[in-house]
Design a protein around this ligand. Structure first.
Ligand code: GLC
Length: 685
């Protein structure tokens, strides 16, 4: 067999081009815990309109949900006087809570500005009797208290006359006039109030150009200001989970969970039932631990009332969290995510240098034992007070008394090791074929707007144990052909183009039977929602069709395939704004299509088991009013194999392979490499 030796070129490992300084990133990530303050005209209403508690929607959006006529809402400004809003006492509370920054709603969706601005009279200084600028007061109070100060800024505006009208989803397009208005306000905010540690853009649906322009504007005026992912189109310094959501993975990008005290509202709600501040504090401490153990930053909200008073319940919760952080904050601030690749029932971990911190935040292990698999590390010192420690080779076994869990406090144990703790390698795969299905995905967050956002897979990593490795075969479809990828083997990166591969037919096994095709929908939801099993499927005659739909309405296809044996089959799938494919309930491929793409056809390899298989496809629609779909067996199922000979034989046992697209359009965009397989070839000596 003729063997191609392809040109392998060594690349210097390079981090994604960051606009913001490394120090700003580090500071932001090390801060870990911040205060969000939702305050505005809506605080005055406290979730009540004309005597009726408004139970729909968030209370800061009462104008939309009550609804309150624009003129009546805006008239509130003429007597809004939050005499008790005391920025110094809010900053002092943040400090007591162990928070490191305060993010204030400079302008929320209602368009009312808490800062003095030349762009509109609809601001606290000019429209209200109090003549105050709360952005200024809060920025200065934070400075005095040694806290970072950041701003929430709504990209939609219900006051500005030339903006898109109010909608039910808040992810409206931004008119050119509105974009200019935003720029003018941002220039003021970034010039007049000293350093702004983060700009927390929210909602709206920018075009890629609008997002880029605002991102660059912020960095031109304040290079160290961290920009939130809700600016849209992957322009961000940190991404934000959907409201009150927690990730289930460590992401390859700075990220944040924003949370309110009660999921139902961010702005003050006078009729909110508030009980058990201790229980609430514990819930939020657990959330903070969860976020820190996945490497994130936690932004917890308070919603002062119309006079500017902090709600006593919220104060108590924060003070309780602060007490816990006073004792165990060393395991949170500046920490790195858990080195383990799995989640445990007993709790979770963070690390810092040679120290490993174990949070007993889960449930007490039945036998009282916590076992940690840490090959290559020697335990030098355990936290003798609460547990007994033993090391057997790679395993560290802790015996923890039940009392450690019964306490009202969530305890943390510290373990000292002989060297700096690094992320532990994922489980080794024994298979000689590396694929998306046996890889550890490298995850980030990618998207267009709040709804069209999801945990993306930007690359794959495998650990394997193979000696005398000299050659790899890269196997791919027409879909990947021509693409350039970075393949890192241990510490060496090779840039490869997936071309000149040898074609090979990939015919389905005889006896593979396709059933009818079914459709379900429409259904609303964001792209991040996890796939649910659908009912009420309706047969569709066409494998290629068009459905009338509305923006935000997605459809699902369902197909049963009978397979005589386990096999992989190639199919053709066509969808619009985004697509997700599940085989037997497991997601095997998911990505957004390039910005507002109305139809894209692609080849996808699906792993089938013996017997009947159920394939479901989500056709995600965010922007269109027609949805074109396609699902059929690939017409010409061909795979390509490219042989790659390494310059030197790989010796030794444990190796790591990472694959990522070369120069991706965005460091957060999905790698779209789920079809790719890498066969490890051992050379006979
Ligand atoms: C949402 C809401 C907004 C709230 C924000 C906080 O996007 O539209 O009212 O301020 O989340 O995360």
């Amino acid at each position: 067999m003729k063997q191609f030796v392809f040109l392998l070129c060594l690349l210097l490992a390079h981090a994604a081009q960051a606009q913001t300084s490394d120090a700003a990133f580090r500071q932001w990530q090390d801060n870990k815990f911040s205060m969000f303050v939702h305050f505005g005209l809506y605080s005055e209403l406290g979730g009540v309109w004309k005597g009726r508690p408004v139970t729909e929607g968030y209370s800061e959006q009462i104008m939309a949900f009550a609804p309150v006529p624009k003129s009546e809402y805006e008239a509130l400004a003429t007597h809004f006087n939050p005499a008790h809003f005391n920025a110094d006492s809010i900053a002092a509370l943040a400090k007591r809570a162990g928070m490191r920054s305060v993010i204030l709603t400079g302008k929320h969706h209602d368009g009312f500005c808490l800062f003095r601005t030349k762009t509109t009279g609809y601001n606290l200084h000019d429209a209200s009797p109090c003549k105050r600028d709360l952005v200024k007061e809060t920025a200065e109070a934070c400075k005095r208290a040694g806290l970072n100060f950041g701003l929430y800024f709504s990209l939609i505006d219900w006051h500005y006359p030339y903006a898109s009208p109010m909608s039910s989803h808040n992810a409206d397009f931004i008119t050119p006039e509105h974009h200019e208005y935003t720029k003018a306000q941002l220039k003021e905010l970034l010039a007049n109030y000293g350093p702004v540690s983060e700009l927390w853009f929210d909602m709206g649906s920018n075009t890629p150009e609008q997002s880029k322009e605002l991102y660059e504007l912020v960095h031109r005026l304040q290079p160290s200001c961290m920009v939130s992912g809700r600016l849209g189109n992957d322009r961000y310094d940190f991404c934000v989970m959907e409201d009150n959501r927690y990730p289930d993975a460590t992401l390859q990008t700075p990220w944040q969970t924003c949370a309110s005290m009660f999921d139902e509202t961010w702005g003050y709600r006078s009729w909110q039932e508030r009980k058990d501040a201790d229980g609430k504090a514990k819930e939020k401490i657990r959330a903070l631990i969860n976020v820190a153990s996945h490497g994130g930053n936690y932004l917890l909200n308070i919603g002062p009332n119309g006079q500017g008073n902090v709600v006593p319940f919220e104060r108590e919760v924060l003070e309780n969290i602060g007490k816990w952080l006073g004792r165990y904050g060393y395991a949170i601030y500046g920490s790195k995510p858990s080195p383990f690749n799995e989640d445990f029932n007993w709790g979770t971990a963070t690390r810092n240098g040679k120290q490993l911190y174990l949070f007993l935040s889960g449930s007490y292990p039945k036998d009282g034992k916590i076992t940690l698999h840490m090959p290559g590390y020697t335990l030098e010192k355990g936290d003798g007070k609460m547990a007994a420690y033993l090391q057997y080779g790679d395993e560290i076994v802790l015996t923890v008394p039940a009392s450690a869990y019964k306490d009202s406090l969530i305890h943390v144990l510290t373990l000292d090791f002989d060297k700096e703790i690094m992320p532990l390698p994922a489980k080794e795969t024994r298979s000689a074929v590396l694929s998306a299905h046996n890889a550890t995905p490298l995850c980030s967050y990618s998207g267009i707007d709040y709804y069209t956002n999801y945990k993306s897979t930007v690359g794959y990593v495998w650990n394997f144990n193979q000696i005398l490795l000299k050659q790899l075969d890269l196997i791919y479809t027409l879909q990947e052909a021509g693409r350039s990828v970075d393949l890192t083997i241990d510490d060496t990166t090779y840039n490869l183009t997936l071309d000149e591969g040898k074609p090979q037919k990939m015919t389905p096994l005889p006896g593979t039977e396709w059933g009818e095709l079914y459709l379900y929908g429409p259904e609303k939801g964001s792209f991040n929602d996890s796939p649910k099993e659908k009912k009420e499927w309706k047969k569709v005659a066409e494998r290629n069709g068009t459905i009338a739909c509305k923006p935000f309405e997605s459809y699902w296809l369902m197909q049963e395939v009978e397979s005589p044996r386990a096999q992989r089959i190639m199919v053709e799938i066509g969808a619009g704004n985004g697509v997700e494919v599940c085989v037997n309930g497991k997601s095997v491929m998911k990505h957004l299509n390039p910005y507002r793409c109305t139809f894209r056809k692609e080849q996808v390899i699906l792993p089938l088991k013996k017997g009947s298989n159920r394939i479901t496809i989500r056709l995600y629609n965010r922007f269109e009013d027609r949805l074109q779909y396609l699902f059929r067996p690939a017409e010409t199922p061909v795979i390509y194999r490219k042989e790659v000979t390494l310059p030197e034989m790989l010796n030794g046992k444990s190796h790591t392979v990472t694959i990522r697209p070369h120069n991706p359009v965005s460091p957060h965009a999905d790698a779209e490499l789920s079809n790719l397989r890498i066969r490890l070839r051992r050379i006979a000596m």
